[in-house]
Write a protein that binds this ligand. Structure first.
Ligand SMILES: [Zn+2]
Length: 185
């Protein structure tokens, strides 16, 4: 069981009078959206999103609960963590989840033993394509940007024979840095 929170929508999106997730689920709506890098600021922080993201959403009711099956892809330039090179990578995300309106609802659904679908707590009641897919696209960012045999700066020599270390995620470096700073105090 996974529960994830979505970022709150921007003020512009808040003012839109779109459909609620519940209404979309009740009408089994299918929606396609193209999003620019500006709509996905946390993704754009990692590298230039230079092709629009295509996303499709299929809404449905699952035992009376609003649910979505979504798919999105983005083309992005990602910097290698070992050399200065940037590589163009396609991120693909595909997920199905129940859409809870708040933490309490998510917990109630998660506690349901018959329910094994992941639960997303949506930030607002109205459909927000970027908020639904950005986390999933971030999860699709590869840990290794350079192809293994291509990056000459990959620090293979530091590791013993046969031991292949897991490549750090771009954000993991920041985490380690924070831990270091903490431990120095
Ligand atoms: Zn590299």
């Amino acid at each position: 069981m996974t529960t994830r929170k979505r970022q709150p929508p921007t003020s512009e999106e808040k003012s839109s009078s779109g459909n609620t997730y519940r209404e979309l689920a009740q009408s089994s709506a299918s929606i396609e959206r193209r999003l620019s890098g500006e709509a996905l600021p946390r993704l754009a922080e990692l590298g230039k999103v230079h092709e629009v993201v295509e996303a499709t959403f299929r809404f449905l009711l699952h035992d009376g609960r609003a649910a979505v099956a979504a798919r999105a892809s983005a083309v992005i330039d990602l910097p290698c963590q070992w050399c200065d090179q940037s590589r163009q990578r396609t991120l693909d995300a595909e997920f199905e989840a129940l859409l809870a309106e708040d933490e309490a609802q998510a917990q109630a659904w998660s506690a349901d033993a018959d329910e094994d679908a992941p639960v997303i707590v949506v930030a607002g009641r109205h459909f927000d394509a970027a908020a639904l897919i950005e986390d999933e696209l971030l999860l699709a960012v590869p840990g290794r940007v350079c192809d293994r045999d291509v990056c000459e700066f990959r620090p293979d020599a530091e590791y013993g024979d046969g031991e292949v270390p897991e490549a750090p995620k771009p954000l993991a470096g920041l985490r380690a840095l924070l831990d270091e700073v903490k431990s120095e105090k």
